[in-house]
Design a protein around this ligand. Structure first.
Ligand code: ADP
Ligand code: MG
Length: 241
């Protein structure tokens, strides 16, 4: 039984002579957590970029989201259709409080009154378990983990169907990674499909129902995470690179 929410078909992206993503095809099932791994420079972030159109669409191939083709649409139109992402490098507004940052996310999503945006901001902060007594603190004074919660919360404020996260565990301690693990499962349980790029393999293997491994812009292996990670090709790419 298959109910794909996202279908990527032979997506490619070149930069001059470099084939950063080459004929990559896969589909993501509605409601699953789908992991993406691969050595540095294997094309993971570029793959996210071309799915979201930020900052560029694929050079070739097609991307279908919820039954509608989205490649070639504007990044804003893609976001509005229910696809939210975070970036590898956290974008933040150090002078704004967590709540104000969330309201910016809500206004970017559009279509909400001020009151609705306020509720959406509170709901999203709740969903990522953001501490009640830290919501009016300037973001610049938040802890590393609180900033992660805020980053993920901002992506959730528009009520997306898919949440795409690019290495959310970077910079976190072990206990914080355990908290992030729970956070991702909490979010997923509300029905949000998650696409997760993560170099912290323990987290990736803990939460992902399926795993795709990229190497030099191409799919090296995909499927059951425990099988994929034992694939000699995958081991070679990680250790031999
Ligand atoms: P990963 O996220 O897996 O570490 P990236 O997707 O960031 O890998 O990069 C894949 C390849 O594409 C790398 O060789 C990188 O240098 C190149 N690349 C990524 N973005 C650009 C860009 N905007 N212009 C030129 N080359 C890029
Ligand atoms: Mg990357």
């Amino acid at each position: 039984m298959s109910n794909p929410i996202l279908e990527v078909d032979r997506a490619s992206r070149t930069f001059g002579g470099l084939k950063a993503v080459q004929e990559v095809s896969f589909s993501v099932e509605e409601g699953e957590i789908f992991g993406v791994a691969g050595p540095n420079g294997s094309g993971k972030s570029t793959l996210f970029n071309l799915i979201t159109g930020i900052p560029f669409p694929p050079t070739s191939g097609s991307i279908v989201f919820g039954g509608t083709r989205i490649d070639g649409k504007s990044p804003h139109a893609i976001a509005r259709s229910g696809l939210a992402r975070t970036f590898q490098k956290d974008a933040e507004f150090p002078d704004l409080s967590a709540r104000e940052t969330m309201l910016i996310g809500a206004s970017y999503a559009g279509g909400m009154s001020g009151r609705q945006a306020g509720h959406a901001a509170d709901d999203a902060l709740e969903l990522v378990s953001f501490p009640e007594d830290r919501r009016d603190v300037e973001s610049g004074h938040l802890s590393v983990y609180e900033k992660k919660q805020l980053m993920i919360g901002s992506a959730l404020v528009s009520n997306p169907r898919i949440l795409m996260l690019d290495e959310p565990a970077s910079g976190l301690t072990r206990p914080e990674i355990a908290a992030l693990d729970k956070l991702l499962l909490d979010v997923n349980r509300t029905g949000v499909t998650i696409l997760l790029i993560e170099h912290v393999l323990s987290l990736l293997l803990s939460v992902s129902e399926r795993l795709l491994v990229l190497n030099q812009g191409q799919i090296l292996a995909s499927g059951d995470p425990q099988e994929v990670i034992r694939d000699p090709k995958v081991i070679e790419a990680y250790l031999g690179g």
